[in-house]
Design a protein around this ligand. Sequence first.
Ligand code: SAM
Length: 282
Amino acid sequence: MTFVRDSKFSSTDDAQRFGDLPETVRETDHYQQEYIEQFADRWDRLIDWQARAKAEGDFFVRLLREHGAKRVLDVATGTGFHSIRLLQEGFDVVSADGSPNMLARAFKNARDQGLLLRTAQADWRFLNRDIHGQYDAVICLGNSFTHLFRERDRRKSLAEYYAVLKHNGLLILDHRNYDRLLEGGSAVGNGKATVYCGSDVEVGPEHVDDGLARFRYSFSDGSTYHLNMFPLRYDYVRRLMGEVGFQTINSYGDYEHSHNNPDFYVHVAQKAYRFDDEPPQI
Ligand code: SAM
């Protein structure tokens, strides 16, 4: 598959390229330039898998089982954290991601644990071009949806997730509590959703406005990487999900129903048609 590449950001030496004005980089395609091989390698140091597994507990496994999901499409595989966990729990998983670097790393991580990952390189905006079959659940986790900068891209991606789901399928999508960040609060509060745990990395926002949250990831070996992301507001994401056709949307804060200023939100959007006269239950 082909990606639109902007020559001003093109990278030949495996370094991130944001140009002279990094805060002006607000492009959906730019994720390809951000998840370079070196960063993919360090991503697993950024994320302490054991600490993350502990923080999540069996939240996603339980949720999927409660809805009878067996066949799961991980659209933001990254280095494979959830794909591997779900395979170990007996789910039938296909692991997609737009970044070949991240997929290669995920494949290796799975192999190191004696598992074979079924991977597919696919950009969310054209998901159904590259992914075939129907799924009980689509997962888009680890603050991934935030990489889409245009509303058109967000709508299209959600529509592509919707299309690949069975008639009663489930979309599980998470994001940081950007509302708090946009209102001047910190990226990490007292929340229990310790997604980004790791002893040799510091993660923090470098710039935040309504159209950009630029995060810095500084590793103890002196290397520094950045991700430019779109700050998704809680109400906005739920509204978009309803507008593309999801009928019921339940949202959680740090893996709990009652969300009191969490670090992360998880939205669970159901496709199953509601026969009552109520509008989509969000
Ligand atoms: N889910 C993983 C986790 O929780 O560790 C990975 C999260 S990582 C923050 C975001 C992932 O989304 C990256 O692997 C990136 O390549 C992928 N991604 C970003 N934009 C994408 C797009 N438009 N299509 C497909 N994948 C995309």
